[in-house]
Write a protein that binds this ligand. Structure first.
Ligand code: WT7
Length: 644
């Protein structure tokens, strides 16, 4: 099936001839990216577009810029200054709008607040906030002064937060006292308090008061409790000064600050942020992105893939706790000078029509969401969507996991009214920007992410690196660097090399499997490593297994992802209990809590089986692939290396 774009879509499209432009871009990617980079602001132009010393790529070396200069400062002397940069709608339906000028003032105040606490270029700031304007203000505020943010998704538990704060050696944590989540109130500050026990690097905790009221801990009380706990727990080797955090309210900190703050001049390859993501080992990886290359990559991809025009209101339903939120809720829309739209709540609160109501009310023009959300909303039928006037929409998007053709067609028919195209964008935390994606003017096949973006040299190969035949599944690789490519894995360069650049020499190994069809269209078939995608969220088997074994009743655990109708994948665990521990439903419930406590509610296991043995190699490695095949009733394949 090929779905061709409507003439009006093609007319408004930046890219009219994909094949020709792709060919040109790939013949000389450096000229291609260099030309685009000139559209942005530089304190000092670059000497070299690309410095590629395998496996490290450094883009725009010698140049100086700052993402925030391009996202905010650049607009202040133009008409864009008075335009709405951010529309934020709270769960109760009230909204807040910030023009570019206003957003810049808020960001400057916060940035000055950070400075007043002694935060300097290169210092790490962990941001643990829900989807509220302060989340974005904090991110921009960090980059403005050259501090490095590490945003931790608000749904992560205290333990997960602790690991990320510790690994980054954060100096400041920004959080909320609590926040509304549907009918519930999440007491996020408690997690922060727990995460900071014994912490020695964090000096200041800035707390946004998202919820007023008696049920919410009073800051001073908690601050006091924290202090006394520390006073007791202080070890002799640590001076008490080092282990004490001071707590302050966001509004008190920023109210004293000036609305002008000079944006720091950054080297092109200076770190902008770290974002932790799950991989194949138990410990999440800190993915590092730089200012310049990242900026150029995300600017171009959003502009061309979503045909960004000055009047656009772009809504990505992701959260800034993930890369989608960094690249396409916050930075790229602002670098493109358009309005970004954010809804605080979930897709089913206050009811399952909320998204369609908001699109209608705010006249959203570009809408970007995940297959899991489409599949969840599909279940409620077409009526809920049909009631609303969605004619403001011009382009739709999908991201996070493969979109099944059925969900694609439902989205196309009911949200797009068969008039507008869907951009199925394949990319990763590591890639920073869209990599395999259509542009609006091309013919689409439901379920295919089309072909590589301009300048992206992708392929599908076997384990020796040889191209596989048409329609054959193989490993998705990228053969040459791209501008928003990550710089490294924080604190772990060995892992950078091993995971991404040594499985198949000289190329970037994505960890996904794919096929290329007779027309050159890519079909992403899912991960080929031990990463599980639950509702688009990335979790590692090993990370889940270590969560299980943190319960003293568990001897061993093996975790696999199982296909799930709505979530894409669900978590299934096989557990060996310690001698003398009896399996029971209560114990299953307890283990579910163990995992939620260790990672967060997004990691809630769906199924737990108590078993006597697990399939292992002779060297003792659990063969998850065998468990998975068995679970799905597929042939278990070569088990000659199996110990038992
Ligand atoms: C993994 C990366 C990048 C934004 C959010 C996820 C899967 C992502 C698609 C897509 C098929 C997709 C891949 C990838 N994925 N987009 N359009 N079609 N699969 O970022 O958490 O780093 O996850 O998400 O498996 O490797 P992430």
């Amino acid at each position: 099936m090929l779905i061709n774009p409507k003439p009006v879509t093609v007319e408004g499209s930046y890219v009219k001839d994909y094949e020709k432009l792709y060919k040109d871009s790939i013949e000389n990617p450096e000229a291609f990216w260099g030309n685009i980079a000139k559209e942005l602001f530089w304190f000092k132009p670059w000497d070299k577009v690309l410095d590629w010393k395998y496996p490290y790529a450094r883009w725009f070396t010698g140049g100086q810029t700052n993402i925030v200069y391009n996202a905010l400062d650049r607009w202040l002397k133009t008409d864009v200054s008075e335009k709405t940069a951010l529309i934020w709608v709270s769960q109760d339906g009230t909204d807040k709008k910030f023009t570019y000028k206003e957003l810049n003032e808020e960001v400057s105040r916060f940035a000055n607040g950070l400075k007043s606490l002694g935060v300097k270029k290169g210092d790490k700031v962990t941001i643990y906030l829900p989807r509220i304007p302060e989340q974005f203000i904090a991110m921009l505020g960090c980059l403005k002064i050259g501090a490095v943010h590490s945003v931790v998704y608000s749904g992560f538990s205290a333990d997960a937060l602790k690991n990320r704060i510790d690994d980054a050696q954060a100096k400041v944590v920004v959080c909320s006292n609590a926040y509304p989540y549907g009918k519930k109130t999440i007491e996020s500050f408690k997690n922060v308090k727990e995460a900071l026990k014994d912490n020695k690097t964090v000096k200041n905790v800035i707390v946004v008061k998202r919820i007023e009221g008696a049920t919410i801990p009073v800051l001073n009380d908690l601050g006091g409790a924290q202090r006394s706990e520390h006073a007791h727990g202080v070890k002799n080797t640590v001076s008490s000064d080092q282990s004490l955090q001071s707590y302050l309210w966001w509004h008190e900190l920023v109210s004293k600050q000036d609305t002008i703050c000079l944006t720091e001049i950054m080297e092109a390859t200076d770190t902008a942020f770290i974002l932790y993501t799950s991989g194949t080992t138990g410990k999440p990886k800190g993915i590092i992105h730089a200012h310049a290359g990242y900026m150029v990559g995300i600017y171009t991809t959003l502009k061309w893939v979503f045909d960004i025009k000055p009047d656009d209101i772009f809504w990505s339903t992701a959260d800034a706790g993930w890369i989608t939120g960094h690249s396409y809720i916050l930075y790229s829309p602002l670098i493109n000078g358009v309005t970004t739209f954010v809804y605080e709540g979930t897709p089913d609160y206050p009811d399952i029509e909320i998204w369609w109501k908001l699109i209608e009310k705010y006249k959203v023009t570009k809408f970007y969401t995940a297959p899991t959300a489409i599949r969840a909303l599909m279940k409620f039928g077409e009526e809920a969507v049909k009631k609303h006037d969605l004619s403001s929409l011009k382009i739709l998007g999908s991201v996070g996991e493969p979109i099944n053709p059925e969900a694609w067609l439902w989205y196309y028919k009911n949200v797009g009214r068969e008039q507008i195209p869907i951009m199925d964008t394949w990319w990763q935390t590591e890639t920073g920007m869209f990599m395999i994606t259509p542009v609006p003017s091309v013919g689409l096949k439901p379920g295919s992410a089309f072909k590589p973006f301009f300048g992206i040299d992708a392929d599908v190969v076997d384990d020796k690196g040889n191209k596989v035949p048409i329609n054959t599944q193989g490993y998705l690789i990228i053969k040459k660097p791209w501008p928003a490519m990550f710089l490294d894995v924080y604190n772990n360069p060995a892992r950078y090399k091993e995971t991404y650049f040594e499985k198949i020499p000289n190329v970037y190994f994505a960890g996904d499997s794919a096929k290329i069809d007779e027309d050159g269209y890519y079909w992403i078939t899912g991960r080929n490593d031990d990463v599980i995608k639950v509702s688009g969220h990335r979790l590692g088997s090993a990370e889940l297994e270590s969560a299980f074994v943190s319960n003293p009743k568990v001897a061993e655990a093996a975790v696999i992802g199982k296909p799930h109708e709505v979530k894409g994948e669900s978590i299934k665990a096989f557990i060996i209990l310690k001698v003398g521990i009896q399996p029971s439903d209560e114990l299953k419930a307890e283990l579910v809590q163990t995992v939620r406590k260790s990672i967060g509610p997004i990691a809630t296991p769906d199924e737990i089986d108590f078993v006597e043995k697990l399939p292992k190699t002779r060297s003792g490695k659990i063969m998850r692939r065998v468990l998975k095949a068995q679970e799905l009733g597929q042939p278990v394949g070569d088990v000659s290396t199996l110990e038992d």
